[in-house]
Design a binder for this molecule. Structure first.
Ligand SMILES: [Zn+2]
Length: 78
């Protein structure tokens, strides 16, 4: 699993929506990747803040913004 695959799955992971197999591969990557681990933590905090405001699913714009921010990070990191 590559970083961009992990990013695509992050919100599902935090919502507990991944299959057991995907979850295993996801956690395997996170364990060995500082960037994704840091990003996951940031996403977790963001989602916590958002869910405090509204008790509903993460709005699409927020998800897109976070994904975009991470894509920028991965492209500058290489
Ligand atoms: Zn990664």
């Amino acid at each position: 699993m590559r970083c961009r695959d992990v990013v695509e799955l992050m919100t599902d992971y935090l919502e507990g929506a991944l299959s057991a197999r995907d979850r295993e591969r996801f956690e395997e990557h996170i364990a060995g990747c500082d960037g994704c681990r840091a990003y996951l933590e940031q996403l977790r905090l963001t989602l916590k803040a958002v869910s405090r405001l509204a008790d509903e699913a993460i709005p699409e714009p927020v998800q897109a913004q976070l994904t975009e921010a991470f894509r920028t990070w991965t492209s500058t990191a290489r």
